[in-house]
Design a binder for this molecule. Sequence first.
Ligand code: CMC
Length: 435
Amino acid sequence: MPTTPKGSLTVTLDGTNRTTTLPLLGGTIGPEVADIRRLYSDLGVFTYDIGYGGTAATESRITYIDGDEGILLYRGYPIEQLAENSNFLEVSYLLLYGELPNAAQMAEFTHGVTNHTMLHEQIRRFFEGFRRDAHPMAVMCGVVGALSAFYHENLDTSDPRQREIAAFRLIAKVPTIAAWAYKYRVGQPLMYPRNDLGYAENFLYMLNAVPTEPWKSNPVLSKAMDLIMILHADHEQNASTSTVRLIGSTGANPYAAVAGGIAALWGPAHGGANEAVLKMLAEIGTPENIPDFIAQVKDKGSHTKLMGFGHRVYKNFDPRAKIMKETCHAVLAELGIKNDPTLAMAMEMERIALEDDYFVSRKLYPNVDFYSGIILKAMGIPTEMFTVLFAVARTVGWVSQWKEMIEDPAQRIGRPRQIYTGEAPRDYAPLDTRG
Ligand code: CMC
């Protein structure tokens, strides 16, 4: 559905008679948006919006968030329904193509993705170039970016079929790269993908199996991993997705664009938060220390953040965090983990924070990362792999958004403006005249 005109907004430059009327646009749902594209040509002024908190950079049909109501929709379907009834590959199809697949489409898509899970053998050799103690996100950035060296010369992104194959390759290969980054780090043999396993199950296999022992799939863990992947699959124009779009807008290779997305995701303010939550809980140590830590967070001079809390868009609750918390309890119960001290700390932290005016007045609630780390830890996933897992799941979102951008006739290169606050023009002075 294209945007619809919703009236207009008249802007007048104070103290002058210069005025312009900007169209107001509406999407399917959500607030009206002032189309400011003519503002500079009409009035000679730009808009200023650090962090783009009030700026839409694109139209998109993929994901909708209502931050006040705590609503997240993928292609119109509530995340709660998808989490309960769907699976990650079906959600991937939905994000990429816009509709849920029928049985034949699902079978064809599954075949398309599983056919691309292997990496070129030359890529295997890349891993040996990294230090063993390199963070797996650094390895992810490097190796996913390196895919562009294998699929570049003949890649014509104006061809829909080639775009589709690039999407299949990325969705299929990223779990293999992620698992190998981990195996290399711990010095174990790299496990080749098994196409007879489900997507999440194969990822767990490549992470946990060793060639010397039979590997037994645990359906509860595979299901939990699949659910975590659904919850992380897309989140509209967040920092990493906007990075992928910005890189892609130049016509760059999509594998290189996704490597840029991985780099953006790594930061602790974004996907790196799940790892940071566990580190924070470990540093706090015991529940008695929580009040002191909260006091530190509230002290502006300390620059300490309560990791896993707050969100640019959600100002009520993060619906993913709600599902994640329920799953966390279910997974721990299934694994027979009773009285998990990390979960107990997290729940106490949540309770204290949600009663504290600092967090209440700023509308800071637990986000998806607050509980995901605890589940992943219980599942035996090493802490440094948490953000990597987020990257594996988000790859389909990045690719869907990249594809949508390429297919949008209104697409232009992304190029923000600035307010220049440097020196006014001045003349060069020769070295021997400078004091
Ligand atoms: N702990 C303490 N204070 C906070 C926090 C926090 N986690 N988050 C925001 N605030 C304060 C912030 O200092 C500011 O206070 P004041 O108005 O007094 O200056 C106020 O709340 C508004 O925050 P903001 O910095 O304007 O919010 P933002 O939209 O720029 O940042 C955020 C959003 C997610 C980066 C931030 O909340 C944060 O750093 N949270 C911790 C990291 C985290 O959990 N990130 C994961 C986000 S969800 C998954 C993902 O996107 O990958």
